[in-house]
Design a protein around this ligand. Sequence first.
Ligand code: NAD
Ligand code: ZN
Length: 254
Amino acid sequence: MIAQDLESAIDELVRLVESARVIAPFTGAGISTECGIPDFRSPGGLWTKNKPIAFEDFLASREMRDEAWRRRFAMDAQFSAAQPGRGHLALASLYRAGKAPAVITQNIDNLHQSSGIAAEHVIELHGNNSYALCLDCGKRYELDWVRERFSEAGERAPDCPHCRGYIKTATISFGQAMPEREMRRAEQVTLDCDLFLAVGSSLVVWPAAGFPLMAKRNGARLVIINREPTEFDELADLVVRDDIGTVLTPLIAH
Ligand code: NAD
Ligand code: ZN
């Protein structure tokens, strides 16, 4: 059902949230646009400017690794200034109230953690770009460490001093294997819920987009909040095509 006006959409959303036993929030880039981090697929979003670097290209050339780090550092100001938005605060309220055991996210911006959700309860399907990992030995590197070496070497990406492996932000790029543990945990939360809230995702990136479908097939109610249509709108019990912050504000507990 596509909500006809904002007021009735919010009424219905609040009713569904109140009657739910376990809520599984699932978020995409749209929840963070009001925090100053552009999404990929909105007009003017990152997709139209810089096509993401695929994993195989990152592995294949030093120039691509340099370029990947140049882009990451170019976004430094944007990412470090970002504060949780109204959508993040609303979901954190559901978490604190014990209604949402965890949040499943496609985002890499760390804003659910900043909103007060414990890191172990943020299931990051596409990783996190606030730190880096060696692709071979798995050692963690902080961005300050990478930045220092990157600029000292004249914008060349550093390799791991321990094993010579490539160092990459802890994100999952196109073409990179999905994190198994996170996929399993997301599936568990999806199957345990009776209300699945898909917030700010175009639902075109697989396999992440499979979770709303899985929830619905398992008998949960499905709510989609996104200002553009998605492929799953017909399946949803409630579709709200409006601004996420505005729609979720009534769920923020004061
Ligand atoms: P997407 O860019 O494909 O879709 C975002 C959707 O949110 C769009 O359909 C857009 O219409 C909607 N939207 C944007 N702002 C909104 C608002 N204020 N209110 C309502 N709707 C709004 O995002 P995605 O499906 O999450 O996939 C992109 C991938 O890129 C993700 O998997 C993620 O890994 C990565 N990414 C992450 C970030 C981040 O961490 N903040 C930002 C960009 C991309
Ligand atoms: Zn290493």
